[in-house]
Design a protein. Sequence first.
Length: 89
Amino acid sequence: MTPPAKAPLFLERVRYRQRRVRDAAKLTPILGMVLLALPLLWSGDETVPESQTLIYVFGVWVGLVVIAATLSHFLREDDDESTLGEKTD
């Protein structure tokens, strides 16, 4: 019997980048939940004014929107590149 063919150890750059961007897109909601839960820890603290807490929450929200837009741009580019390599008959 011949041994089974081994898969290549390393992925090509485009494939590796696609996977990392998809991983980042999957982790973005978790990052958002953690960052938006932080003000709950501040709620009992009298030293942090509510105005700063609201600025923080909206800043995190805007940051998440920017991150999601950037990641979707990279995911769209990757989809375009992968469809270019396919031949349609």
